[in-house]
Design a protein around this ligand. Structure first.
Ligand SMILES: Cc1cc2nc3c(=O)[nH]c(=O)nc-3n(C[C@H](O)[C@H](O)[C@H](O)COP(=O)(O)OP(=O)(O)OC[C@H]3O[C@@H](n4cnc5c(N)ncnc54)[C@H](O)[C@@H]3O)c2cc1C
Length: 394
């Protein structure tokens, strides 16, 4: 019998498996794809660094494959104005930086690190179903059946276990968004304060773009827009070209650039739920919730949910009558997740209401407000003393 089975080997799955295996428990992780495999979601947040440190993965990140991200720039192209969040500027993150990562490499490194901490990894192997009993869970895969005390759904947007128990609710404000993205070499980085900073372009019609520089020459470029615009274009290239025509600033950054990958498209279907755990199961990462990616919240929410539920799993393993969703457990996991998701969501509303750069400049007229914004944009959604949360702004 395993103490824990984790389904899915993305950042959420690898993190929760690592936390539990590191404590000497018997953990199995099931991942259906062979790594490296493609995933979008390349820009990390400073508050994730403490989790990497907990797991000893910060040293792998510092080995030289990944470029350091020290801040985030937002350029409003129509108004020709910009703001910059310097992660070192009064934000409270222990590490005032993080990294931009090619997910093909990062997810493989992180899963291998989990293995090095004692996680048994079965890959490629596909989860099929699970059956819940009073004192254990049976997990069925294409290869066999395994018994475990607890199971974690880290299957990303598929949410294969989560959806057995709970419905997901779409977030109507952002559910029509989609992204078209690719990679270039030779993208202009000269206007960035630090070479590894992310740059978000606020484009015409409330669309936005990202520029995420990787170590070396490659840069990830994406455009987020609403569904109607995609339907109006004949193909992805035409859609992308049209955005360059409308936004000379964006064209300027790509003046000497060469595209190295095909265009891809992903829908940004935003959803959440009322509940993220039961007696013997919990969901982490995209399996529990997904938010519009403008603030690079996805991987951080995966890691934070992994960290929070790990405390409950360890407590439940030591106390057989206490379950993951019991009040007597260490965390109220449902409440903690709702808190983090809702604060990110409030930040998104600030962005999508328009005039984001001007609003930030107004908020930041006072020095302590700069710290509060930096804390939020760095992923400090659980820092209770943040003035913006206390005042109900975020
Ligand atoms: C356009 C776009 C841009 C984004 N940009 C950013 C960004 O800059 N920064 C950021 O932090 N986030 C970003 N995100 C979000 C980010 O991609 C996700 O939040 C993150 O990948 C979630 O990690 P996860 O571990 O929960 O799930 P995933 O990374 O999706 O991993 C889930 C794993 O489960 C496996 N799996 C699925 N089904 C099964 C099965 N039946 N059996 C076994 N295994 C299975 C899959 O193969 C996969 O490996 C972006 C998202 C989008 C759409």
């Amino acid at each position: 019998m395993y103490d824990l089975i984790v389904v899915g080997g993305g950042p959420g799955g690898s993190a929760v498996a690592s936390y539990i295996a590191k404590s000497g428990k018997k953990v199995l992780l099931i991942e259906k794809e062979t790594f490296p495999r493609f995933r979008i979601g390349e820009s990390l947040l400073p508050y994730s660094m403490e989790i990497f440190e907990d797991l000893g993965f910060d040293k792998v990140l510092a080995e030289g494959k990944y470029i350091r991200k020290e801040g985030a720039m937002f350029v409003d192209v129509a108004k020709d104005t910009s703001c910059y969040f310097d992660f070192d500027d009064g934000g409270k993150a222990k590490y005032p930086f993080c990294y931009e990562v090619d997910r093909e490499i990062f997810d493989k490194d992180f899963l291998e690190h989990a293995q090095s901490l004692g996680v048994e990894v079965r890959q490629p192997e596909e989860y099929v179903d699970s059956e819940f009993f009073d004192d254990h869970v049976v997990v069925k895969t294409t290869e066999g059946k395994y018994q475990t005390k607890f199971v974690i759904d880290a299957t990303g947007s598929k949410a294969l276990i989560h959806r057995k128990f709970v419905d997901r609710v779409a977030n109507p404000t952002y559910s029509n968004n989609f992204s078209v993205f690719t990679q270039f070499t030779g993208v202009d980085r000269s206007f960035l304060r630090n070479e590894g900073d992310i740059c978000i372009g606020i484009l015409k019609n409330n669309f936005w773009s990202w520029q995420i520089p990787f170590k070396g020459e490659s840069t990830s470029i994406g455009i987020v827009a609403n569904q109607a615009e995609l339907a109006a274009a004949d193909n992805l290239e035409e859609f992308f070209e049209k955005r360059l025509e409308e936004n000379p600033w964006l064209r300027g950054t790509l003046k000497n650039a060469t595209r190295t990958k095909d265009f891809k498209v992903v829908s940004n279907f935003s959803y959440t739920s009322d509940k993220f755990c039961g007696k013997r199961w919990a969901s982490v990462g995209d399996a529990m919730s997904f938010l519009d990616p403008v603030f690079s919240s996805g991987v951080h929410l995966s890691l934070m949910s992994a960290k929070l539920i790990s405390e409950n799993i360890l407590h439940s393993l030591e106390n057989e009558t206490i379950f993951l969703d019991d009040e007597a457990n260490i965390k109220d996991y449902n409440a903690e997740i709702k808190k983090g998701v809702s604060r990110f969501n409030n930040l998104l509303q600030l962005f999508y209401r328009g005039d984001f750069v001007e609003k930030v400049k107004n908020i930041e007229k006072k020095k302590f407000m700069t710290s509060a914004m930096t804390c939020a944009v760095s992923g400090g959604m659980w820092e209770e003393d943040n003035y913006l949360y206390r005042m109900g702004v975020l």
